[in-house]
Design a protein around this ligand. Structure first.
Ligand SMILES: [Zn+2]
Length: 106
């Protein structure tokens, strides 16, 4: 019983660490984007790997900053176009020429 409790506690700790790393990676991606886009994309893929490994969701504030098709880091008006259409945010990725849609909350 005690051991099982320890495992649950450790998982929760790992999730906190994983979320923290995802935050750091997206902030790094943002700062390196202007000088090195390949590195920014790499940070996105690392963040996704962490989120899958520890089963944590990528925070909603970061979900729109990468393409869900090719996973490249997107900056509006630089390598993506953002349009608002009928309560949906439509993001067009310049890299793979595909659209991503997000529900728009009022
Ligand atoms: Zn794309």
């Amino acid at each position: 019983m005690a051991k099982r409790h320890m495992i649950i506690k450790k998982n929760a700790e790992n999730k906190v660490i994983a979320l923290d790393r995802i935050n750091v990676l997206f902030n790094e991606a943002k700062s390196v984007f202007s000088s090195n886009r390949t590195l920014a994309d790499r940070y996105v893929s690392l963040a996704r790997k962490i989120s899958m490994k520890y089963k944590v969701k990528i925070p909603s504030c970061f979900k729109r900053s990468f393409c869900k098709h090719c996973y490249s880091y997107l900056v509006p008006s630089v390598n993506s176009r953002v349009r608002v259409r009928e309560k949906m945010i439509v993001i067009y990725c310049d890299n793979c020429k595909r659209f991503s849609r997000f529900r728009y909350k009022e």
